[in-house]
Design a protein around this ligand. Structure first.
Ligand code: HEC
Ligand code: HEC
Ligand code: HEC
Ligand code: HEC
Length: 447
């Protein structure tokens, strides 16, 4: 039964691959046409930034390798070239990678999405997405600089590198069999407010950030001129566990804001309602984006009274759940035909949660916090990695039982009096010291 199902899937997927080959097939190019990143030594700062990024680890990433192995098992290997094609285009173009076996993969192939791949991309081949990169492997390095002169290689100006479509080649992923839009970061951006304002992926992910931090003056290469603006090769996103932790944390904390709307005074026994709003203030796409059936983002709301008793808790999980053709859910990427549920916050959009409770006899503190984790604990454990949880945003409000209680709580606190008191002591001590000194002087005079 299981075998039959697998066979069916393999046949379906294989047929779909054959039919839709143009949508993802990469040309055949030897890996010698691409330099390993170490060859880009003149750009030491850019190299260091890239090295910490998930682009540098796209093939070797343990979470990727774990999922790849599952995908290969489930489809009898058919999905291997599809997945690897985006996570290491060089290794696939050179025919070096077979499934999860990377033993024959060149250094530049192991480097996932490396310098010389991106800088020899000149456009889009066919429909945007599913690794639609158009590669021109002739050694000329393409980027946005119009006046670059290098002693090491030829350079060419590329307007394409300044566009979101450059990233969209890989940051839109469709199911290779049925065309379902699995990951749509580019499209989310394209349909959102940032595209309208002309703010592209590069402005948030290739600048020191978080947020749009342009201009970023500096040198693109040792020995090169000082420029009013250069991009960084950081590509930081939300991967605190495996990527550039510091930069990823910064971005997660800049992505969302929480506000709590709740009455300041509610009589004991009456019902109270807190309205918690989470707003996507900083991400140019949905929150979360990308691999949203794996990513975890959730809101926790807790109302606790003055004695420490919890009067209400609520949790809201964001993300997507995939379903198969029979409606089963959750299912794996390769079995998916549609979303069973889709709960994400669009750019500049908000999500609203209401938390109700009965007011106890003492003041209640309502606290809300938004958390993010790149992968579920169970998946991380199986992949042998440690994936931390990051608090993206938090807010707190107090509800009092009466106006008097509120006034008392908000009145200048006791420590102010204590402060005054200790000042009196300081003065008294000073008088005492002066007194002793004076007595000593008098005593000295007498002697
Ligand atoms: C994912 C693709 C990608 C990777 C990987 C990548 N770059 Fe870039 N690089 C770009 C893009 C895109 C730009 C231009 C950004 C713009 O104009 O909006 C750029 C700009 C540059 C520039 C022009 C100067 C500047 O910083 O603005 C240099 C030099 C450069 N990259 C070198 C490198 C080196 C060296 C590496 C590897 C250590 C690297 N790049 C990795 C995509 C990439
Ligand atoms: C050749 C395909 C390719 C291109 C082109 C590409 N990316 Fe990526 N990108 C990937 C892959 C694959 C990953 C996932 C790597 C992983 O996590 O294993 C990724 C991951 C990322 C992440 C997530 C990092 C994190 O910490 O979670 C960001 C941000 C990102 N890319 C930004 C960009 C931007 C901006 C551009 C355009 C300048 C771009 N990418 C171009 C393939 C690509
Ligand atoms: C206005 C700034 C902004 C723009 C524009 C923007 N992003 Fe992001 N991006 C963020 C922030 C902030 C995060 C961290 C929060 C998150 O994970 O969504 C992020 C996260 C990501 C991630 C990691 C998602 C995850 O959960 O692992 C990827 C991949 C990514 N962006 C790709 C892109 C691509 C591709 C584009 C252009 C099509 C783009 N971004 C445009 C701000 C931006
Ligand atoms: C067209 C490009 C593309 C293809 C094809 C692709 N991926 Fe990815 N993959 C990405 C991008 C981009 C990201 C990062 C998105 C984000 O941060 O949410 C990613 C992230 C991942 C991650 C998360 C890694 C981490 O460290 O968090 C896993 C796991 C993964 N992909 C597995 C797969 C598997 C398995 C396949 C084949 C079934 C596949 N990918 C095919 C582009 C691709």
């Amino acid at each position: 039964m299981r075998q039959a199902r697998v066979l069916m899937l393999v046949m379906m997927t294989a047929a779909a691959f054959a039919a839709g080959a143009a949508a993802w097939a990469l040309p055949s190019v030897p890996s010698a046409k691409f330099e390993p990143a170490e060859g880009c030594g003149c750009h030491a700062a850019l190299y260091e930034q890239w090295q910490a990024s998930m682009h540098a680890k796209a093939l070797t990433d343990p979470l990727y390798q774990y999922k790849l192995e599952e995908a290969i098992k489930a489809t009898d290997g058919v999905l291997g070239p599809f997945c690897n094609g985006c996570h290491s285009p060089i290794a696939v173009m050179a025919g070096e990678v077979v499934g999860t076996d990377t033993s024959k993969v060149s250094m530049q192939g192991k480097q996932g999405v490396g310098c010389d791949l991106c800088h020899q991309v000149v456009g889009t081949d066919g429909e945007l997405g599913n690794t639609s990169i158009k590669v021109q492997p002739d050694g000329v390095k393409h980027a946005q600089l119009k006046d670059a002169v290098s002693p090491a290689h030829a350079t060419a100006y590329s307007a394409f590198h300044e566009s979101a479509e450059f990233c969209g080649n890989c940051h839109n992923v469709d199911h290779p069999g049925n065309g379902m839009h699995l990951e749509m970061t580019y499209t989310e951006w394209k349909n959102g407010p940032y595209a309208e304002q002309g703010i592209v992926c590069q402005d948030c992910h290739m600048t020191p950030g978080p947020g749009v931090t342009k201009p970023n003056a500096g040198k693109a290469a040792a020995g090169g001129p000082e420029r009013p603006h250069i991009y960084t090769m950081t590509f930081a996103g939300g991967n605190v566990g495996l990527g550039d932790a510091e930069r990823a944390e910064e971005r997660l904390k800049a992505a969302a804001e929480i506000s709590i709307d709740v009455p300041e005074v509610v009589k004991p026994g009456s019902s109270a309602k807190a309205v918690v709003t989470v707003t996507n203030v900083g991400a140019g796409h949905y929150l979360p984006t990308g691999l949203t059936e794996v990513r975890q983002m959730w809101l926790e709301v807790e109302a606790v009274d003055a004695s420490g008793k919890t009067v209400a808790t609520q949790r809201h999980d964001f993300g997507t759940v995939l379903k198969d053709a029979k409606g089963n859910h959750p299912v794996e990427l390769w079995d998916a035909v549609a979303f069973h549920s889709d709960d994400r916050i669009p750019p500049k959009g908000s999500s609203i949660d209401e938390v109700a409770f009965t007011m106890p006899d003492a003041a209640v503190t309502v606290r809300a916090a938004l958390y993010y984790r790149s992968a579920p604990e169970e998946m991380a454990k199986k992949a042998g990695v440690d994936i931390p949880t990051t608090e993206m945003a938090a807010a707190e409000r107090v509800v009092y039982t009466s106006a008097e209680e509120k006034a008392k709580a908000e009145a200048p606190q006791a420590p102010a009096e204590g402060g005054g008191g200790s000042l009196t002591w300081v003065a008294a001590a000073a008088v005492l010291v002066i007194g002793v000194a004076a007595a000593a002087v008098i005593a000295k005079k007498k002697a």
